[in-house]
Design a protein around this ligand. Structure first.
Ligand SMILES: Nc1ncnc2c1ncn2[C@@H]1O[C@H](COP(=O)(O)OP(=O)(O)OP(=O)(O)O)[C@@H](O)[C@H]1O
Length: 200
């Protein structure tokens, strides 16, 4: 499967574009690191790829089909930098998991999610524990591409290693494309099959 962003332009303020004519493509067999300076618009591009923001110009295509015309589950799922703002604080974590597309128990186990955490609210977990739920939720049955936007910045080294080794194994097994946004070049070089530098 091919995910393509073609000549994307986007601005938060009318008349001022953050992204100007940006093109990007990734195959589901790839793990692509996106590198650009802070404030360039990497998260904005990820939001466009995952269907959260519509570009003012350009198209996002999945195997040639415009994703903004698709209905139902979005095959491009995003894991955000801040898990605490990516979950509903009023839902117990088992309900957060249920927001995903039939998340398999083996994914919950592999991420080290403890049974007792499922009955808690987000405010009762650490950032690292919560991020595991956000990763699990994104790995639904119909997910084809996963976007990881600075997902491990707040984690200790052991947890980072566990989570990345799980993600590499899972994406390989299910042939999911992985797009990685990080300022950590050593991490990008380790986990990605290709690095794409975005330029204005
Ligand atoms: N919701 C918003 N409303 C207005 N401006 C925004 C909004 N979100 C982001 N911006 C601005 O858009 C620009 C790009 O932001 P974005 O988060 O996409 O950059 P980034 O490359 O991911 O940055 P970083 O590497 O620092 O995370 C920034 O100047 C930011 O202030």
């Amino acid at each position: 499967m091919l995910l393509e962003a073609r000549e994307i332009s986007f601005g938060y303020k009318k008349g001022y574009h953050i992204l100007n004519n940006i093109s990007f493509a990734a195959e589901s067999s790839e793990r692509v690191g996106i590198v650009a300076p802070s404030g360039f618009g990497k998260t904005t591009l990820c939001k466009i790829l995952a269907g959260y923001s519509k570009p003012s110009n350009g198209q996002v295509l999945l195997d040639g089909e415009d994703v903004y015309g698709m209905k139902g589950y979005h095959p491009v799922q995003m894991i955000w930098q801040h898990p605490e703002t990516s979950v509903n604080p009023r839902l117990r974590l088992k309900e957060t998991i249920a927001e995903g597309d039939q998340i398999e128990q083996r994914i919950i186990n592999a991420l080290g999610i403890e049974h007792d955490w499922l009955n808690r609210f987000p405010g009762e977990l650490s950032g690292g524990e919560l991020q595991r739920f956000c990763i699990a939720r994104a790995l639904g049955q119909r997910t084809r591409f996963l976007i990881a936007d600075e997902i491990s910045t707040m984690l200790d080294m052991i947890t980072q290693a566990q989570i990345w080794s799980f993600l590499l194994e899972e994406t390989e097994k299910r042939k999911l494309g992985l797009i990685v946004v990080t300022h950590n070049t050593a991490l990008a070089e380790k986990v990605c099959t290709r690095i794409q530098i975005l330029t204005k």
